[in-house]
Design a protein around this ligand. Structure first.
Ligand code: NDP
Length: 339
């Protein structure tokens, strides 16, 4: 696998807690970091032993020793920074949600295609060995024809992250763009084409949020398959889970909507119940970075492509609109003019 030289756009929590350690475990190099302010960029660079820092994204892009950019700024900046990176000929691994609207999101896919650079979106859940096993089971007919999916992804937002996600809609705040979009990256792979969504949201937390911090949604997929999600920043003790119920069996997976390589997968059918062995249990972010590096070598695709990221965004946007309008909202995945 090629060891990439990365520029980090965003002196972010996710880079500090997950991505920098995963890059280093894989032997990748971190060339530099850019952030909104010089002071934070400098502190962060020192804390994480990164040789170069700047408050100018353009200066980071101009460096010849950057092969690829990892974009983990606030959601509003994902589009402009991906377009900038593509124009500079850098490969892009962008955090989710890929953008704030579909037009921007498709423009990112097209710009990266035109520039001949790899574009991946960092949805970690499809990289989990538990999720790979669930996809394998569903594709292999273990549950027969899928009828319904239930996602349990209501968690407690750590205080250190209770900032722009809750307070700044212009930055891309809110549960749908933070959590539902991850659910969609999982469900789309299992069920295919989303059709429409209904949802209700609420404000439940102790904070002064500008957006709903809890949402339940129902999404209909092609073939009249229903998916339900419970996504929240306010629930401490529920645990997470994913269930797939079909004509011939059910998969019940516990603790699998997480950042860690944990959780169990149970299959129940006419033969009874069995807990499945999950081999590997690799770090989810390492799997994503490794697939991305292979894609740069033209040896495959990123674990979640730009197009996958746009389709996950389409579901999250429909859920967001459904919750705010009280209406059932069609999920539009294709850009205008494309079939
Ligand atoms: P943080 O709040 O920790 O970091 C956000 C970064 O954006 C900071 O470097 C901040 O700079 C920068 N920023 C803010 N405003 C501007 C601006 N106007 N111009 C330039 N830079 C700016 O974010 P998180 O780590 O919580 O989230 C970062 C991204 O990662 C989000 O898109 C989020 O959805 C995604 N994420 C993905 C996860 C996953 O598992 N895939 C998990 C968690 C987050 P400064 O600090 O200098 O102001």
């Amino acid at each position: 696998m090629r060891r990439l030289r990365w520029g980090l756009s965003g002196a972010s929590d996710i880079a500090a807690t997950r991505i920098i350690p995963a890059m280093r475990r894989l032997g990748h190099q971190i060339t530099g970091v850019s952030s909104a302010t010089d002071v934070h960029a400098a502190e962060y660079a020192q804390q994480h032993d990164i040789p170069y820092h700047t408050s100018s994204f353009d200066l980071l892009l101009a460096r010849e020793d950057v092969d690829a950019v990892y974009v983990s700024t606030i959601n509003r900046l994902h589009c402009s920074q991906t377009l900038g990176a593509a124009a500079a000929g850098k490969h892009v691994l962008c955090e989710k949600p890929v953008a704030l609207n579909l037009m921007d999101a498709w423009s990112m896919v097209r710009a990266c295609e035109a520039a001949g650079v790899v574009f991946g979106v960092n949805h970690h859940l499809p990289c989990a060995d538990t999720h790979r096993e669930i996809r394998r089971l569903v594709a292999g007919g273990a549950v027969g024809q899928p009828l319904g999916v239930r996602v349990f992804h209501a968690v407690q937002l750590p205080e250190r992250l209770a900032t722009w996600r809750l307070t700044d809609p212009a930055a891309g705040a809110g549960v749908p763009l933070d959590i539902t979009v991850h659910d969609a990256a999982v469900i789309n792979r299992l069920l295919g084409q989303p059709v429409d969504a209904a949802a209700l949201g609420a404000r439940q937390g102790h904070w002064d949020a500008a957006v709903d911090d809890a949402i339940m949604s129902v999404i209909r997929y092609q073939g009249n398959v229903l998916a339900q999600t419970h996504d929240a920043f306010t629930v401490q003790y529920a645990g997470t889970g994913l269930e797939v119920h079909g004509t011939e069996g059910s998969i019940v997976a516990k603790d699998v909507m997480t950042q860690d390589p944990i959780g169990s997968v149970l299959l129940r059918d006419s033969g009874g119940e069995r807990d499945l062995d999950i081999p590997g249990r690799r770090d989810l972010y390492e799997v994503a970075l490794e697939a991305f590096a292979h894609a740069v070598e033209e040896a495959g695709e990123p674990a979640v492509t730009g197009t996958d990221g746009v389709r996950a965004l389409a579901v999250a946007l429909a859920v967001q609109e459904a919750a705010s309008s009280g209406l059932r909202v069609p999920v539009v995945t294709e850009p205008a003019g494309r079939s």
